[in-house]
Write a protein that binds this ligand. Structure first.
Ligand code: GCU
Length: 329
């Protein structure tokens, strides 16, 4: 479903797309348009930019990857639909968006499933997710790799969150999936689902009391300006997924497809490195602009969300994946 803003941006991008399409005809390079919802400083943008450079070189200029940041091709939900339709070839979307198609994906974004970034990196680079990632081709897209998006915490307008009680009545933006709305309820607040691009103004206008995200997005999108209290609940480590149109992938000669798929896979490690470097920088930037960070005793939040965690694992495939992930600690 398109929101009005995402449609406007998608239309604009289609115009840009056709212009670029024309120039790519002249250059005889096939353009791969990638939708990205954050800035061109973000670790995921930088990692994909690395893929773009290598792809052009390794395919002798036959393919050109152009990344459109800042939701220029629509918010993540719109972007995923455009990938399915094949009008955009690639996108980075948060795991909950893909979970809407196949609930097995829930497992890799479950609260507290990773012990930390090292565990998450092991899971993403182990190959254990390959089968799951390929299985979405029946929906018209494939997941090529997972990127880290760190740990998510609450940030609010009026004051710090320390307890479940503090969350009462707080309208907090969440990503567009039912699990995220339920997650917010078990933490004591009310989840309001919307695309990332609308969060800043929704908090500013009082439609929301805050949001939840990692430090990099918080700083990258200057959300500290409207919600200066960042409380480290670290309740989720939700992966971001690089998705690609199945039709487009099938249209590529095998050798070029292998180059692209491998480059994207390999970029995960680089993205983790970039992430780890940027995280303290992001926090320092936010602090220098007046953001206040506080530690939180997360045990009561964990306890309160335990039953949600249990209810998220329903199928044998989910159970098996959960087991494999926890065994890799
Ligand atoms: C993180 C994540 C994005 C996602 C965003 C959101 O920043 O990396 O993929 O879009 O959260 O909350 O929407």
């Amino acid at each position: 479903m398109f929101t009005r803003t995402s449609l406007k941006k998608a239309t604009l991008a289609a115009v840009i797309g056709s212009t670029l399409g024309m120039s790519s005809l002249v250059n005889a390079a096939t353009e791969i348009k990638a939708a990205f919802n954050q800035s061109n400083q973000h670790p995921q943008y930088v990692a994909l930019q690395g893929v773009a450079e290598k792809l052009e070189r390794k395919t002798d200029g036959r393919y050109k990857l152009s990344i459109f940041p800042n939701e220029l091709l629509g918010d993540q939900r719109a972007a995923l639909e455009l990938v399915q339709m094949g009008s955009v070839q690639m996108a980075v979307v948060a795991n909950p968006l893909v979970e809407n198609y196949d609930k097995t994906f829930r497992v890799i974004g479950m609260p507290y499933i990773y012990t930390g970034p090292e565990h998450q990196e092991k899971v993403f680079t182990s190959g254990m997710l390959d089968e799951l990632f390929a299985s979405t081709s029946k929906f018209g897209f494939e997941v090529l790799t997972a990127y880290t998006a760190g740990a998510r915490s609450m940030y609010t307008k009026k004051g710090p969150i320390n307890t479940i009680e503090d969350m009462k009545g707080e309208k907090i933006r969440v990503m567009q999936s039912d699990t995220m709305i339920k997650m917010l309820s078990c933490m004591g607040g009310t989840g309001v689902a919307m695309g990332q691009g609308e969060v800043y103004s929704a908090i500013q206008q009082g439609v929301l009391d805050g949001a939840e995200n990692n430090e990099i997005t918080y700083a990258d999108l200057k959300q500290y300006e409207v919600a200066p209290y960042f409380s480290s609940t670290r309740h989720l480590m939700v992966p971001d997924l690089v998705v690609m149109s199945t039709d487009f992938l099938s249209s590529m000669p095998k050798a070029d497809r292998d180059i692209l798929v491998n480059l994207v896979k390999e970029s995960t490690q680089m993205e983790f490195e970039l992430w780890n470097k940027q995280i303290s920088e992001a926090k320092a930037i936010a602090q220098s602009k007046g953001a206040k960070f506080n530690d939180v005793d997360i045990k009561p939040f964990q306890d309160s969300c335990k039953s949600l965690q249990d209810s998220l694992i329903e199928t044998p495939a989910q159970k098996e994946l959960f087991k494999q992930i926890t065994e890799l600690k």
